[in-house]
Ligand binder design. Sequence first.
Ligand SMILES: NC(=O)c1ccc[n+]([C@@H]2O[C@H](COP(=O)([O-])OP(=O)(O)OC[C@H]3O[C@@H](n4cnc5c(N)ncnc54)[C@H](OP(=O)(O)O)[C@@H]3O)[C@@H](O)[C@H]2O)c1
Length: 449
Amino acid sequence: MGRRSLPTRGHPRQARRGQGPEGAAEVHPGGGSGGQGQQGQQGQAGRQGCTEGRSQGRQARCQARCQDDSSEGGGKSSGQARRPQGRRQSRCARLSAGAEPPVSEAQPALRWAVVGPGNIAGRFVQALQGLPDQELSLILGRDLARARSFASAHRAAGRHEPRLQQAAGEAQLRAALSSPDIDAVYIATPHAQHGEAVAAALQAGKAVLCEKPLVPGLAQARPLLALAQARQAFLMEALWTRFLPVYAQVQQWLQAGLIGPLRGVQSSFCFSIPFDAQSRCFDPALAGGALLDIGIYNLSMTRWVLQQALGACPEPLRMEAQAVLAPTGVDQRLAATLHFPGGISSQFVCAFDGMADNGLRIFGERGLIELPQQFWEATEARLTLAGQAPQTVHLPFQINGFEGEILEVSRCLRAGLTESPQMPLSETLATLAWMDALRTQVGVRYPFD
Ligand SMILES: NC(=O)c1ccc[n+]([C@@H]2O[C@H](COP(=O)([O-])OP(=O)(O)OC[C@H]3O[C@@H](n4cnc5c(N)ncnc54)[C@H](OP(=O)(O)O)[C@@H]3O)[C@@H](O)[C@H]2O)c1
């Protein structure tokens, strides 16, 4: 994991929002950061037909707690963005996995631009609007009317209106993102478009949180990492699952060795959507396919499990994959087994053409850990030790689950880090290498490969 010092200059803090031509967005009664907004996203997810967010609504807010067989929470973070001085002075000490988010009332707001105002950007904005030290400064889309309607749908009472701007392609994105009222950029365009937006944001000297996968393949990732390093800019792939409260509990169980030597991991991430050659899920030009869209969670969390259990994730000795390809040539279903040293195996299936239990199970010699449903957005984990009754832990989201990755970016920037210790770029590269190899095995090629 790379840890580098940020340049001595801080993020530009002088300019204020509302300076752009589209400073005011329309009011939409369905907007806001509460459950209604979440339902709105799910409706949109249904239309888009291809998103993790479509599978499970999560309405738990605030007050995460941990106890057997109970859940629920209430409350809401709110508050106005502040701009006290000295934001970049402290090097945060609480960076280790599972550390309590050091959100302080004394911190100024982190000002975000969102690129790609589609389905999942709505969930991101909902989380942002629920956090007191985060601010939505700018929404960037290829079409101003769509950006305006996105802003309207995700308007939150008591929060500043974001500027709206039309931008397409790296040059326009870079110009727009160079605005001094932006500290960080969240990118939620289709996979094949991530690279240009990441490059634009890094060139503009901004911190970047980019949706998964960072880029479709390893070859496209390397120049971006070099650029981030050259610009000393923060870059993280938005693997939000790693920041969910319930995984901090799983981490404790694994690191304590409760289940004994690790034997294997099994997981599924499957749902059914109709084939649509135009959809980003099935279009090879947009780097569609189940593996890149959802199988990346199976792989990334497999890596995470092995890291927690073994201290590091070894390279697989071999991988065996099978896929069913859609008429467009991308994988509509892919199943694989990864064989690791010591007889440890990981099996997973990801699919757009069927259902599964969508759990993740971790097998040890003396016990079993289960994230029994929707493991990528889990709020429940179960530990079963040999001869003992299962122990179930519920840890609801503070807002909608995306708050963890947002707070991680804040934490890292305050600490002057250019990578997240919990989701370092080495993880992005390693997962991309696995996905490249799996795609090669099953014969999925993109036009730009
Ligand atoms: N973390 C999660 O749970 C999660 C869930 C779902 C998806 N994702 C990820 O989020 C990203 C976006 O997914 P999504 O489901 O939100 O997609 P989406 O609803 O289609 O939104 C993508 C947006 O990107 C913009 N865009 C820019 N270039 C585009 C192009 N060439 N073709 C189509 N749209 C383009 C579009 O907005 P304009 O046309 O207005 O510019 C569009 O609204 C993907 O990387 C996906 O893997 C993450």
